[in-house]
Design a protein around this ligand. Structure first.
Ligand code: KIV
Ligand code: NA
Length: 269
């Protein structure tokens, strides 16, 4: 199994091979995804909502992401691992941004970090890239802006917004980001941006014409209890299966069916 790199991702785009990405937040899930052939694993700050029980992603800290990135990279042999830079880890100063990104690489063993934002973040992102840290850009819907925007809104509907998206994407490429995530963007706009760029564009709710797709693991396997966006396709309903299993366990213990002889130890006579 050859490790996926910035180089091989670029090659996949050139050869028209779709790139697959899913989130993982722990060792067993990372191992599962890696062995199933997922190209990229994202330790997303969706961690906050999916695993830590927060209302949105703005509560997640660098320490949270680091803790989970360490677990994920221990389980990965092949996939390219991207760690999200959480809210406030790159907003205070360029220096703090490099420090926090560096920690996710050096201690978390991530292959790259992901940073949300367009023009207002350019200076910071450039500083991190100049420190030799691979950065994945993130444009379109930016979940870390949810409090300021007052909700989650689809991007790329108005001409001015489309122009800004295209310009930001081109500029990020010029600055040296290794890939770009486009979230909740009108499909035609995402297609245009993908065709205009040489770096891989990985979409979530951005239609079929991006170079790759990313989704949240818990959404894909039906393990999340909260709101499921329209762009999510559920490939399993593990919540139902797991609930059933736990109910059976509870009932077996209560009624004395478990443990039986098969699951107990006895002295050999
Ligand atoms: O945190 C996350 O899961 C993400 C993806 C939705 C792209 O950033
Ligand atoms: Na994220």
């Amino acid at each position: 199994k050859k490790k996926v790199t910035v180089h091989s991702l670029r090659k996949m785009k050139q050869q028209g091979e779709k790139i697959t990405m899913l989130t993982a937040y722990d060792y067993p899930t990372a191992k599962l995804l890696d062995e199933a052939g997922v190209d990229c694993i994202l330790v997303g700050d969706s961690l906050g909502m999916v695993v830590l029980g927060y209302e949105n992603t703005t509560r997640v800290t660098t320490a949270d992401i680091l803790h989970h990135t360490k677990a994920v990279t221990r389980g990965v042999e092949r996939a390219f691992v991207v760690a999200d830079m959480p809210y406030l880890s790159y907003h205070i100063s360029k220096e703090e941004a490099v420090r926090n990104a560096g920690i996710l690489i050096q201690e978390g063993l991530a292959d790259a970090v992901k940073m949300e934002g367009g023009s207002v973040m350019f200076e910071t992102i450039q500083h991190v890239i100049d420190a030799n840290i691979p950065v994945v850009g993130h444009l379109g819907l930016l979940p870390q802006s949810v409090l300021r925007e007052g909700g989650y809104f689809i991007k790329g509907k108005e001409e001015k917004e489309i122009e800004k998206l295209k310009n930001d994407a081109l500029k990020l490429q010029e600055m040296g980001v290794v890939a770009l995530t486009l979230e909740s963007v009108i499909a035609d706009v995402a297609k245009e941006i993908t065709e205009a760029l040489e770096i891989p564009v990985i979409g979530i709710g951005a239609g079929k014409d991006t170079d790759g797709q990313v989704l949240v693991f818990h959404d894909v396997v039906g393990l999340f209890h909260g709101y499921i966006p329209q762009f999510v396709k559920q490939y399993a309903q593990l919540k139902d299966i797991t609930t059933k299993a736990i109910e059976n366990y509870v009932s077996d213990v209560k009624s004395g069916i478990f443990p039986d002889k098969e699951h107990s130890f006895y002295q050999k006579k």
